[in-house]
Design a protein around this ligand. Sequence first.
Ligand code: FS2
Ligand code: SF4
Length: 542
Amino acid sequence: MFCYQCQEASKGTGCEIKGVCGKTSDVANLQDLLLFVTKGVAWWSQKADEAGIINPVAEKYIIDSMFITITNANFDRNKIIAQIKKGFEVQDSLAEKLGKTPENTPECAIWRTDSEEAMEEKSTSVGVLSHKNEDIRSLKELLTYGMKGIAAYAEHAHNLGYHNAEVNAFMKKGLVATVDETLEVDELLPLVLECGKYGVEVMSLLDKANTESYGHPEITSVNLGVGKNPGILVSGHDLKDFEELLKQTEGTGIDIYTHSEMLPANYYPAFKKYKHFIGNYGNSWWAQTKEFESFNGPVLLTTNCLVPPKESYKERVYTTGAAGFDGCTHIPERKDGQPKDFSVLIEHARKCQAPTEIETGEIVGGFAHNQVMALADKVVDAVKSGAIKKFVVMAGCDGRVSSRSYYTDFAQELPEDSVILTAGCAKYRYNKLKLGDIGGIPRILDAGQCNDSYSLAVIALKLKEVFGLEDINELPIVYNIAWYEQKAVIVLLALLSLGVKNIHLGPTLPAFLSPNVAKVLVEQFGIGSISTVEQDMAEMMA
Ligand code: FS2
Ligand code: SF4
C-alpha cells in the first residue's frame, strides 16, 4: 500500500504498512482498485454523454465510490470488493448501450475479473505510485482528493434530491484526466483550479439543499449535557439520515444526540422542534474512542469520521451510506423513495443505559451566511467603529496530533478586537473557550460543517460588496486553516478559485504536494505553513 491523502500520513510522507487511520494494507490497495475502476466508469460515462445517452447510474456510482475512499469512511473489504464488481457492471452496461468499444480505450475501462485474488494482485499496481513523475503524481492526486471532497458534498445534496449536471460532468473530466498519460504539468494545474470552481458550485448546491429542506441555520445554544433516557448518537455529515432517524425515534423514549461534525444539525429550525433531540455529546471525531464508550448507546456513522472501533463498544456502532466497517451493522440504502429503516438501532438503544455525562453547559453556533447577514448592520458598524479589527477564518479539520494545540493557543491569544469565523471540526480546539463577545457579536462564529465553509465565502463576498472593495483580499480577514482529510482539500481549492490569497495551512503541508507544486501554490496564491503562535499572530494581525 501507499497512501498520503490525509494530514496524518505516516512520517509526513505516506502510510506504507498500515494506515495511521487504521486502514489495513489490503483495504488501502482495494480502494486504489476501486478508484481505478471508477475512472473506467467515468470514461464510459463521458462517451455515453457524447452519444446523448443519459446515465445517472454511472454518475451516482462515481460519487459513491469516490466517497467510500475518503479517509475514515470505509474499512470494509467486502463492501469495497462489491463496489468494484458493481463498477464492472456499470461499465458493461454503458459499453452495451454504446454498441462498440471506441479506439484508445484505457485499461481502467476494460479490465475485468471475478476473482478476489486477481483483484488483490491488480490493486498493487494501480495506486498513487503508478504515476512515476512526482509533479504529475502530485497534481493528479491533488485533483483526485479535491474531487473526493466534491463527491461527498454531491452525495449529501443527492440524498435531498439536488443535482448539478456541470459538477457531474467535471468529475468525469477530472477522473479521465488522471488516466491521460499525455497531460503535462501546465495542463493539469488549470484542472486543479477548475476543481476549486466546482467545489464552490457543489457547496452552493448543498447549501441550497440543506436550507431549502431544513431552513436556515440560526443562532442556537446547544446543550452539552445529557438526559435520563437511553440515546442514539449520530456522527458524520448526512442531514437526511439525521432527519429520518429523528422522525423514527419520536415518541419512543429514545433521545438523539449529535457528535463531531453532526453538531450543526442543532442549528436547523426543522430539527429543533423535536423534543427528544437533546444536544451535542463530546468533541471532534478522534475523541470517539472514549466518547462512544461513555455514551453507552448505539452510534450511527452517516459518513466518514469513523475510527476503527474498540471491541468494548463495536457492537453498538452502525454505519450507513459511504461508511462501513467489517463486523458493524450497515443500514441499507433507501429503496423506492422509502426512508432508511433505523428500527434495529432503536431496539438496540432500548436495552442501553442513558449516556454518562462528560460535560455540562452550552455552546453557541448557527452563524451561517443567512444568520450573519441578519446581523450585517451590527457587524458592519463594529468594523467601521474599529470594535472589530480582524476576522480570522479558522475553519477546517481537527485531528489527533498534539501539535494541533497550536489552534487552541492561537484562538486564546487573539486580540480581543478579533472574531473567529469557523466551520468544520477544527472548532473543537477552541469552541468551548470563553472568548466573550464584541457588542453582542460572539467572538467565535460557527457556520457549521466543513461544507459550510461556503457560508464563510458568502460572508466575505458580501462584506467586500458592502465596503465597496475591488478585491476580496482587501478585507480585514486572515485565513489560518487546519486540514486533515480530502474535504478540506476541496474547501482550500474552492477558496483559491474565489481569489483568496495568503492562506496559512497547518498543522503541516500535505505530503502529496511535491516541492515544485508547493512552490507554485506559494508563488501564485501565497499559501504558507504555520510556525509558532507568536510569529503567526504578529504576521496575521499586522
Ligand atoms: Fe472534520 Fe475535516 Fe467534516 Fe472531515 S472538518 S475532518 O474534513 O469532513 O470532518
Ligand atoms: Fe495514512 Fe491518511 Fe491514507 Fe489513512 S488516509 S492510510 S492515515 S495517509
